[in-house]
Design a protein around this ligand. Structure first.
Ligand SMILES: *[C@@H]1O[C@H](CO)[C@@H](O)[C@H](O)[C@H]1NC(C)=O
Ligand SMILES: *[C@@H]1O[C@H](CO)[C@@H](O)[C@H](O)[C@H]1NC(C)=O
Ligand SMILES: *[C@@H]1O[C@H](CO)[C@@H](O)[C@H](O)[C@H]1NC(C)=O
Ligand SMILES: *[C@@H]1O[C@H](CO)[C@@H](O)[C@H](O)[C@H]1NC(C)=O
Ligand SMILES: *[C@@H]1O[C@H](CO)[C@@H](O)[C@H](O)[C@H]1NC(C)=O
Ligand SMILES: *[C@@H]1O[C@H](CO)[C@@H](O)[C@H](O)[C@H]1NC(C)=O
Ligand SMILES: *[C@@H]1O[C@H](CO)[C@@H](O)[C@H](O)[C@H]1NC(C)=O
Ligand SMILES: *[C@@H]1O[C@H](CO)[C@@H](O)[C@H](O)[C@H]1NC(C)=O
Ligand SMILES: *[C@@H]1O[C@H](CO)[C@@H](O)[C@H](O)[C@H]1NC(C)=O
Ligand SMILES: *[C@@H]1O[C@H](CO)[C@@H](O)[C@H](O)[C@H]1NC(C)=O
Length: 599
């Protein structure tokens, strides 16, 4: 029960005593209640532990309602409260306490300790009216002689070459005019011997000639006696150098330059950048703005035009280059006719410059890219198709546009097969090559040993048969180099016929790799003019293999055999009933054509 009541009580206290964050929202609750101005955040005070602190009651300056003189006239009294204890601190100067001291609108804490940190409230009150505002006091530990990261109490800019005297801020407020006090000066927290261009003079530090090394954080520590006690306070000044105030100091518009051309794209968002050189001037707001037909963006009130605040582009001893961008959305051809000016002004003058615009023809990059991409992809596809299927394409082309040689000559055979007898090739020729050419492709094949009639002269018969054939297929073998064999005779006959303008074409088939050196001289000489088709073992066995397609391409065209292109039956599945023995041998060969070779 008790904790609940306590919590409720606390909530009530919090609600009633709650400070509004905003100073401007005063609340009147009743005649007896006060106007509460909340907490004055800008007036918060930070002091080092053990040093003098003073709080200023902002009622006399911030919400400029009261002057101290008026306070006395209207019998208003100034009271100080400490928020943490809700305890009234108002009392006359308590000489016995020494620590707290009220002087006009100031409250002194001499010296302040960590325990004094917190929120202080000053209240002005007479019988009929009351107003109050809070001020925060922060007490921090001093780290060494001074803290180089301390927030400066004053920012000071001194022009190069000029003279300036630094005085410790609040010195006159905190010390009585004729009191005995001492001031120590530090630069960047180091005790410096101020020589030549700088000198300690009285309480101040004189800089006779401002130079770059004299910039930085200066710290002053004031010690004084009060009521027999030594009191200290520390202040810091951030000194920066600026260019001296000489010359015209008129803003100079760097961009848009007179010879600068802005290329714009119709239909897109256009950025126009204005860069202005603003020479350093003391405490002056220099303006940069864009105008469109001598109207500011605010005057235009068109959502297509937007110009955010200028941003700092570079800073050099007070001289600034600032940039302001004008964004124009959906830039139209009408906008091209408008006058876009960037202007800048300060107390020394005004300058304006016009941005010269030129259109860039609309390039539909996306569409163009897509079109190009599709074209490239198509080309790549066709390239791949051609390289993978060139044999098929050639065969197809021939089947459509080629002519059947049977109608133009009176030759008896399509193919004459020449091979070395009693070799590995013989087996291949008789079981595989001949059967496919005859049974599958429907060619008329001439094999000398089978088709020649006994009794005739071998040489004459060979020449006659070769002459009666449209193609001479030579199965190249190391054995065909042997002089005086039938194979060599056939080869010589074919080559002679071909070289002397005959209608015979010689095609080479390599069943097993044969070194070129072991080829007969005639073959080596004619090699470049001839097509060589290589048997790749089992891989070449199916009718759909490259071997058969290549061979077919070299042999005369047969319109009725083109089905092999589409049906592509496997040779091993095709077993005519009549050549059972041969086919079995062929199958063995197809599975391992090199089984009998002595490799
Ligand atoms: C307050 O009164 C004093 C004299 O009493 C006068 O010197 C001072 O200027 C007055 N201040 C204001 C702000 O009126
Ligand atoms: C109290 O102070 C207010 C504000 O300054 C003033 O208007 C009023 O006359 C004062 N009342 C009396 C009784 O002095
Ligand atoms: C000094 O300048 C800094 C920015 O450089 C600023 O944040 C600070 O409030 C200034 N201090 C005073 C006392 O003006
Ligand atoms: C301070 O001292 C000067 C002389 O050094 C004297 O003229 C002046 O009256 C003194 N002021 C006070 C408030 O004592
Ligand atoms: C006051 O400052 C002087 C010199 O800077 C120093 O010696 C002394 O300890 C300081 N006193 C306190 C109470 O901080
Ligand atoms: C002093 O001022 C300069 C310029 O305003 C600033 O760059 C620098 O950070 C400041 N130094 C401190 C310690 O605040
Ligand atoms: C204006 O700017 C131009 C360059 O943009 C510069 O030459 C000139 O000095 C500036 N001032 C005046 C008054 O024209
Ligand atoms: C326009 O401004 C945008 C955003 O600031 C930026 O990304 C873009 O690059 C700028 N375009 C041009 C042409 O300056
Ligand atoms: C631009 O407008 C201002 C008033 O807004 C006027 O004083 C100035 O003469 C105009 N400038 C031009 C070139 O029309
Ligand atoms: C725009 O700038 C040009 C100089 O570049 C100037 O002649 C013209 O008067 C300016 N227009 C306005 C409206 O200020």
């Amino acid at each position: 029960m008790m904790p609940l009541v306590f919590t409720l009580l606390c909530l009530c206290v919090l609600k009633m005593g709650g400070f509004s964050a905003s100073v401007t929202q005063a609340t009147v609750q009743s005649e007896l209640q006060c106007h509460d101005w909340g907490v004055w955040s800008e007036g918060s005070v930070q002091v080092y532990d053990g040093e003098v602190a003073y709080l200023y009651c902002p009622l006399f300056s911030h919400p400029t309602l009261y002057s101290y003189n008026q306070t006395q006239n209207s019998r208003l009294s100034l009271l100080w409260y400490r928020h943490t204890h809700t305890q009234e601190l108002e009392q006359p100067i308590n000489l016995k306490l020494h620590k707290l001291h009220k002087d006009r609108e100031y409250l002194w804490i001499q010296p302040a300790s960590v325990l004094d940190a917190g929120l202080y409230t000053c209240m002005l009150r007479n019988i009929s009216s009351c107003v109050k505002i809070g001020v925060k006091l922060e007490v921090v530990q001093k780290d060494g002689e001074c803290d180089p990261r301390a927030k400066p109490h004053l920012n000071l800019t001194i022009p190069f070459q000029s003279e300036r005297t630094l005085t410790c801020p609040d010195l006159n407020t905190l010390t009585l005019p004729n009191s005995t006090h001492s001031v120590s000066w530090y630069q960047s927290c180091r005790t410096t011997l101020f020589r030549s261009d700088r000198e300690l003079k009285g309480d101040g530090l004189v800089i006779y000639r401002m130079l770059e090394p004299y910039t930085g954080l200066y710290t002053c520590v004031v010690s004084y006696q009060m009521n027999g006690r030594t009191l200290n306070f520390t202040r810091s000044i951030n000194v920066t150098a600026v260019v001296p105030d000489v010359g015209p100091k008129v803003p100079i518009i760097l961009n848009p330059a007179s010879d600068q051309i802005f290329t714009v794209t119709l239909g897109s968002t256009v950025n126009l950048s204005c860069r202005v050189y603003l020479p350093h001037l003391y405490e002056e707001k220099q303006n940069i703005w864009w105008t469109v037909d001598n109207k500011t963006v605010e005057q235009l009130a068109d959502p297509r035009f937007r110009s955010p605040e200028a941003t700092l582009f570079s800073y050099d001893y007070g001289d600034e280059i600032k940039e302001r961008i004008l964004y124009v959305m959906d830039f139209s051809s009408d906008d091209l006719q408008r006058e876009f000016n960037c202007s800048a002004r300060n107390s020394r003058g005004f300058n304006t410059s016009r941005a010269v615009l030129r259109t860039e023809p609309y390039v539909p990059t996306l569409e163009l890219g897509c079109g190009l991409g599709v074209t490239l992809a198509l080309m790549l596809m066709m390239f791949v198709i051609y390289h993978v299927f060139w044999l098929e394409l050639l065969l197809l082309y021939r089947s459509w546009f080629g002519s059947d040689e049977r109608y133009t000559d009176d030759k008896q055979y399509d193919v004459y097969i020449s091979y070395a007898r009693n070799s590995e090739e013989e087996e291949f020729v008789l079981s595989t090559l001949r059967r496919v050419l005859e049974a599958e492709f429907g060619y008329s094949v001439c094999i000398f040993d089978r088709d020649s009639l006994p009794g005739g002269t071998i040489t004459d018969d060979t020449l006659r048969f070769v002459g009666q054939s449209r193609r001479l297929v030579v199965v190249v073998s190391p054995c065909s180099a042997v002089r005086g064999t039938q194979a060599l005779l056939e080869l010589q006959a074919g080559l002679t016929s071909m070289l002397h303008g005959g209608s015979l074409k010689v095609v080479l088939i390599q069943f097993k790799p044969v070194r070129r050196k072991s080829w007969v001289k005639e073959l080596r000489q004619a090699r470049l003019a001839l097509t060589l088709i290589c048997w790749k073992g089992e891989k070449s066995a199916p009718l759909s293999s490259r071997f058969w397609k290549q061979l077919q391409l070299e042999l005369p065209m047969r319109r009725d055999t083109q089905h092999t292109l589409t049906k592509l039956p496997d040779i091993t599945q095709h077993t005519p009933d009549t050549h059972t023995k041969n086919t079995h041998q062929a199958e063995e060969k197809l599975i391992d054509p090199y089984s009998t070779s002595a490799l």
